[in-house]
Ligand binder design. Structure first.
Ligand code: SF4
Length: 310
């Protein structure tokens, strides 16, 4: 499938059916920690980058397979880039809600939320997870490397306005990197901004998977906890997978693993956890794929990750 992936066991959302709206990396940011590679189209232009009708047809095809659609906890809209750049976003959210009645979550970098059309389209979702990596312009530019069209103050005001208008939940995520956006002045600015936005939850993350730039260094759990203690509201550390109980593990299938690796590098245990696969068989299959040259093995922070050759 071109746009659907998973379902995967998401650390935050449960069993999540992913929908990726873009097929070429299109984003208004070029984050140093990005897991899907460098930004090819660096833009704030909203348009139908991929045909909405094709995405809806894939969703309908999935829903026609009863046994696949039933266990899904949530449909999660994401993208190889920024999903709010796609003008079909609102229609796609409404289509899923109408057809399934299941919750829809949208992962966004928040940079387009100052626009009324984007906020209106997002209103149809149940959970919106904007990331806001820094409330200080200097560190924001270092970590997210936004396109010229992005304005931090406008973005914060947009997220904050959306929080007041929206009847669903907003979970605000911060991706923290060592010596870039974790300094006392950054934390002070974050505190003030969290109070201004007043999200349902604040989620702290760090660079767990291999990042785009080697200078994007993760914080330790202790450092994240120290920052969490200083922030207001309901603050959670989401930097590792929460283990779920799975009824039964199944044997791995090469295609679904390759589909998942197209979106981000993963360890063998990430793969077996996310796709509910038998761990030993998954480990063996990954080694076979490396031997065939189908995937590459890379070492990051003492863990072995797999990714397709670029
Ligand atoms: S906003 Fe997301 S997709 Fe865009 S560059 Fe940053 S991490 Fe990558």
């Amino acid at each position: 499938m071109k746009y659907l992936f998973g379902p995967v066991n998401s650390r935050r959302l449960g069993l999540s059916q992913g929908i990726d709206l873009l097929t070429t990396k299109t984003c208004n940011f070029d984050c140093i920690y990005c897991e899907v590679g460098g930004t090819s189209i660096h833009t704030c232009e909203r348009k139908e980058y991929t045909p909405t009708a094709e995405i809806l047809a894939e969703i309908d095809g999935l829903l026609a397979q009863d046994n696949l659609a039933k266990p899904i906890d949530v449909f999660t809209i994401t993208a190889m880039g920024e999903p709010t750049l796609h003008t079909g976003l609102g229609e796609i959210i409404r289509h899923i809600k109408d057809k399934t009645g299941k919750p829809v979550a949208v992962l966004t970098n928040g940079a387009m939320m100052h626009r009324q059309d984007v906020r209106l389209e997002l209103q149809a979702a149940d959970i919106v997870i904007p990331s806001l990596d820094s409330a200080r312009d200097e560190s924001f530019r270092k970590i997210d490397r936004p396109a010229q069209c992005v304005d931090l103050e406008e973005m914060i005001e947009g997220i904050s306005l959306f929080c007041r208008e929206f009847s669903g939940q907003v979970w605000l995520e911060f991706m923290l990197t060592k010596n870039i956006n974790d300094q006392p002045s950054d934390i002070e600015a974050l505190k003030r901004t969290i109070m201004r936005i007043n999200p349902e939850r604040v989620q702290l993350n760090t660079v767990v998977r291999p990042p785009l730039e080697s200078f994007a260094i993760p914080l330790t759990h202790k450092e994240l906890s120290h920052i969490a203690e200083q922030l207001p509201g309901k603050v959670e550390i989401i930097a590792s997978f929460a283990k779920r109980e799975h009824a039964s593990r199944r044997p791995p299938e090469q295609d679904e693993i390759l589909e998942m690796l197209q979106r981000r590098p993963c360890t063998a245990s990430d793969i077996s956890e996310a796709l509910n696969l038998e761990p030993a068989q998954t480990g063996r299959l990954m080694e076979e794929l490396v031997d065939q040259g189908t995937v590459l093995k890379i070492l990051h922070q003492d863990k072995t990750y797999y990714q397709p050759p670029h």
